[in-house]
Design a protein around this ligand. Sequence first.
Ligand code: IMP
Length: 427
Amino acid sequence: MPAIVLIGAQWGDEGKGKATDLLGDKAAYVVRYQGGNNAGHTVVIGREKYALHLLPSGILTPSCVPVIGNGVVIDPAVLLEEIKGLNERGVDTSKLKISTNAHLITPYHRTIDKVSERFLGKAKIGTTGRGIGPAYADKINRIGIRVQDLFDPSILRQKLEGALRDKNQVLIKVFNRKGIEVDAVLAEYLGFAEILRPYATDTSLLLNNALDKGELVLLEGSQGTLLDVDHGTYPFVTSSNPTAGGASTGSGIGPTKINRVIGIVKAYTTRVGSGPFPTELLDAAGEKLRADGGEFGTTTGRARRTGWYDALIARYAVRINGLTDFFLTKLDVLTGWEKIPVCVAYEINGKRVDELPASQTDFHHAKPIYESLPGWSDNISSARKLSDLPENARAYIKYLEEISGAPMSAIGVGPGRDETIVVKDFV
Ligand code: IMP
């Protein structure tokens, strides 16, 4: 059995947790391959609601092994807190595996994230302030601290000293902050070592062995296509590659092992943080989408920006990720609208444009061109097959499928685990 990638097709928060959770029953492994605790998955099982930031949502599926791959940046304090919180609710986390090559977020990364955002003023990215960007910057700059360094105290000290030599200069002289003591970070991080040791392993070997045995591996992206550092709305992006190529690098699985890439796409659009968003609604309609969809960040609690479905983004996600299917989420949130606009093209400087512009300036100037579809008023949460849906809801799905360029193979009609229409099985 091959590997499957699940990836957000828009700006994140598409409801990936629900999709992963649905497939988790069939998967032997559920892997996170990038990002850190900037992510937020909400999974609803029965009456219980779980908000996960760092752990793969597969942690809630007893039959599967959750894996944090080498491409993830880990804040150990947050990880241990999340594990403890789940254990207190009776969730077994003992099967968790963490790559020894994954990088660690440290207190100086968090501090630098916050102060540099403050210094950017109006040009700020609107980061989650969790130290994600600075931790990835150190990885690329080859001064990062990895999980395996926790198990070698003298190496850990050497690496912390090396990193803090520069950071403290910047913190004190540029940002006017106090320096960070090597000894304090060392003591705190050595404290994490013994707790993390049982989980740490060569996850690339583990996953490749599983694939060789014919087991199903699910690779779960965080954030979304347009937050990708290479393919997103740079610089208003996260610092890793959520897109499908990142699944291979961030887990140590070759691309030939992946045969399905599922894009999770919301029936409308949201984004957190700054940056262009052509279909954004700044009026009462946007407020209504936010309220009906509960569009407040799982990680930061920030109100999400809201807007109509944008087919150019969906088509772009198909192209960049090689999507084989879409999982359309939150269709129920659109119940009650008389008309539902869908963005089919942009107008940029008086010209119609059918693909996402390659220039950021053009993207900032893009104005949506809409087609309006008739809405529906019946509650659709109990629908379990397409034929249970009102005709106009079916027509909306069909239209999205036609203009987006990949089949809508599953449709979310409510937050619960079972509130899904499976049009075509993924495995
Ligand atoms: P960072 O990942 O904290 O560096 O933030 C960079 C950008 O990505 C900001 O606009 C964040 O709001 C956004 N972002 C990061 N993680 C998520 C997520 O899980 N969902 C939606 N937006 C996110």
